[in-house]
Design a protein around this ligand. Structure first.
Ligand SMILES: CC(C)(COP(=O)(O)OP(=O)(O)OC[C@H]1O[C@@H](n2cnc3c(N)ncnc32)[C@H](O)[C@@H]1OP(=O)(O)O)[C@@H](O)C(=O)NCCC(=O)NCCS
Length: 192
């Protein structure tokens, strides 16, 4: 049985992973939601107007009322701004598994920030919530995302054909990766 604690703050070397707030609208819009390069491989469309961002933030903030919602804003210590987000979805209470989805400002790509985020979140979900299996999927064209998954200890399990519709336009194949709690504990023990 999972022991839900909701979206509590996680501190890593360079980041504060915390709940989204309504006041994040400007930075969220400016840093990633308005950038078509960020949303290229995502299921949602680029925000054309900050009002869209504000509306979505209102929904996200309301959702924190539920104890089983895990959705973090990624705040970079250095600039004290939110630069991305990471969320649990498809939480399967019966089988103790979930999926993760994430995205981040282009200005900070390639610095290991999403790997650092994933490691913090994976650790929280295994050690605090009691999950047993965490998965993530990426469009097979999105090579960078697959590398982040591998770097975080996830293993490739296969490719799902035409598993999602990219930007509401075309079918795309999705590669699926997973990590088990036992693998995570092993990884910690050997200090990788
Ligand atoms: C995918 C994404 C989250 C990667 O975040 P990031 O912080 O740049 O990733 P990291 O710096 O932690 O990189 C992890 C590994 O991936 C590699 N990598 C990162 N970007 C890459 C790119 N564009 N091409 C090839 N490899 C890349 C890095 O080299 C690194 O491996 P290394 O340390 O062994 O060199 C980011 O590019 C992003 O937000 N993209 C848009 C949204 C998105 O696609 N989300 C995922 C949907 S499944």
């Amino acid at each position: 049985v999972l022991s839900h604690k909701g979206t509590n703050t996680i501190i890593t070397d360079r980041l504060i992973l915390r709940r989204f707030e309504l006041t994040d609208a400007n930075n969220m819009f400016k840093n990633w939601a308005n950038d078509s390069e960020v949303t290229k491989f995502l299921t949602w469309e680029t925000h054309s107007d900050i009002e869209v961002t504000k509306g979505i933030l209102e929904e996200w903030v309301d959702e924190y009322m539920k104890p089983n919602v895990y959705h973090w804003a990624i705040e970079l210590n250095e600039i004290r701004e939110v630069i991305g987000g990471i969320a649990v979805f498809n939480l399967d209470e019966q089988n103790l598994s979930c999926e993760l989805g994430y995205c981040m400002s282009k200005a900070y790509w390639g610095k290991g920030i999403m790997s650092e985020t994933l490691e913090g979140v994976i650790d929280y979900l295994f050690s605090e919530i009691g999950l047993n299996r965490i998965t993530a999927k990426h469009d097979t064209n999105n090579v960078a995302s697959g590398k982040v998954m591998v770097k975080s200890g996830m293993k490739y399990e296969g490719t799902l054909k035409q598993a999602y519709i990219r930007n509401k336009k075309e079918f795309c194949d999705m590669a699926i990766y997973a990590i088990l709690k036992s693998e995570w504990i092993n990884k910690q023990q050997i200090g990788q």
